[in-house]
Design a protein around this ligand. Structure first.
Ligand code: EPU
Length: 417
């Protein structure tokens, strides 16, 4: 039987919490280490399940991977194996980010279609189309993406949608291509800026980092580097929502508050007092019942789809009715069925959810369908009468370091059973 969390309702979260490096950055930076022969060192890495899983993917390609505390060291050989182990690939979504570096370095790659959260259809057409425009052939064969190129050349690439994964794969192939590549409508997430920064430290020539137009001048080779992973804005926002929902007072350290500008503005609209203490610290204080606020998910700098479950959880206890629109992953609303078990007054219609806030939720056994929805259910459990059992918490372990410890340090009563 899998582990579950017992969440005792009624706590008010108060105190300080430290946030470490971002899951959705470190996994891509680990893939980027494939681009340079030698030892790359990453610091401020989160102790989450996905990091050793990504380590296994890199080992199957011939790398040595050492994980010690918050440091990950990857030693990349001169000759990489171009075929990633299928079982390891299937355990996480970010494994697909080895595709670009492998095509860049080996000119060929065979990688099984990745795993990851069941949050809706997650095609790879833009990844493949980008690699094709750089000169590679790419097909899906026997459950694997197969890509091969005689040589890669620069190209002008327009993405249909600012996909995070496609931007990362094309970028990592283009840094070693011949000539200049321009990626237009590129994703602008802070984790992409972090990747650009590391690639620049490795000798990559990239202009426009952090904007929707990335210009990459290909170089012959990159050097390994040492890099500190940016703080996890999604985890930081989780604590901000937890404070707002429990009428708490939480100071979050280790995340750039500007990565959460829109999120913090939404929480202000819900009645929270938000103060920015410095470039890595902010505080959220909520004194009364939160007011209802509408949310619309969009690529960065829009409201992140990863935070949508917390928006639903907040709306479920807010004063008034909220409309939540999900524009990225249609299946992310499936967790609302679990929220309804907890007494939420919520219904969905296509991309929209209408949530009428109730004074108090009521505890029930619920199942975490993915990382963020699992955490959303824990936050809802904090606002429920009685004890809520949240099952399938292995999802939460994939993305949240020391989750139970941090919760309890802030005054919650959450037990891992
Ligand atoms: N899309 C396509 N074709 C493609 C690629 C994407 O149609 O070739 C569509 C997707 O179906 C989706 C949209 O584009 O509708 C956005 O997908 P994107 O490629 O940006 O997402 P991703 O790279 O697969 C990352 C994060 C997700 C996060 C999204 C959006 C990682 C490992 N995953 O996924 O994080 O929700 O960006 O911000 O970085 C999580 O951490 O819980 C998580 C799911």
């Amino acid at each position: 039987m899998s582990e579950h969390f017992q969440v005792h309702g009624g706590a008010r979260l108060v105190g300080e919490v430290d946030v470490v490096g971002a899951k959705n950055s470190v996994l891509k930076l680990m893939a980027a280490a494939l681009l340079a022969e030698g030892t790359t060192t990453l610091r401020n890495c989160p102790r989450i399940l996905d990091v050793p899983l990504m380590g296994d993917v890199l080992r199957s390609l011939g790398c040595e991977v050492a994980i010690e505390g918050d440091t990950v060291q990857i030693t990349t050989p001169a000759q990489l194996n171009h075929r990633a182990d299928s079982a390891s690939m299937g355990k996480l979504r970010a494994s697909v980010c080895v595709l670009g570096p492998l095509v860049g370095r080996c000119k060929r790659a065979v990688v099984a279609l990745p795993g990851g959260d069941a949050i809706g259809s997650r095609p790879l057409d833009m990844h493949q189309s980008g690699l094709r425009q750089l000169g590679a052939h790419s097909e899906i064969e026997h459950g694997c993406v197969v890509a091969e190129a005689e040589g890669l050349h620069g190209a002008q690439i327009w993405l249909d949608f600012p996909s995070v994964g496609a931007t990362e794969n094309i970028l990592m192939a283009a840094v070693l291509a011949n000539g200049t590549t321009v990626i237009d409508n590129a994703a602008r997430e802070p984790e992409i800026l972090d990747l650009c920064t590391m690639l620049q430290q490795m000798g990559g020539k990239i202009e426009g980092a952090g904007t929707s137009t990335l210009t990459v001048h290909g170089v012959d080779a990159l050097q390994p580097t040492e890099h500190r992973v940016i703080g996890d804005r999604i985890v930081g926002a989780t604590w901000a929502f937890a404070a707002a929902m429990t009428r708490g007072d939480v100071t979050v350290r280790g995340v750039d508050p500007h990565h959460l500008d829109l999120v913090l503005e939404k929480l202000r609209l819900s009645g929270a007092e938000v103060t920015i203490d410095d470039s890595q610290t902010f505080r959220v204080v909520q004194r009364d019942r939160p007011a209802a606020v509408d949310f619309v998910t969009l690529p960065y700098p829009g409201f992140a789809t990863d935070l949508q479950p917390f928006a639903v959880a907040l709306a479920s206890v807010a004063d008034g009715t909220s409309m939540i629109t999900e524009n990225l992953f249609e299946a992310r609303f499936r967790f609302i069925e679990e929220m309804v078990r907890l007494g939420a007054d919520a219904r969905t219609d296509g991309h929209h959810a209408v949530v009428r806030g109730v004074e108090r939720l009521s505890s029930a056994p619920v199942w975490a369908p993915d990382i963020r929805a699992g955490v959303g259910l824990v936050l809802a459990g904090l606002c429920a009468d009685g004890m809520t059992d949240v099952w399938d918490v292995f999802h939460i372990d994939r993305g949240y370091p020391l989750f139970v410890e941090n919760m309890n340090r802030l005054g919650a009563d959450v037990r891992r059973i």
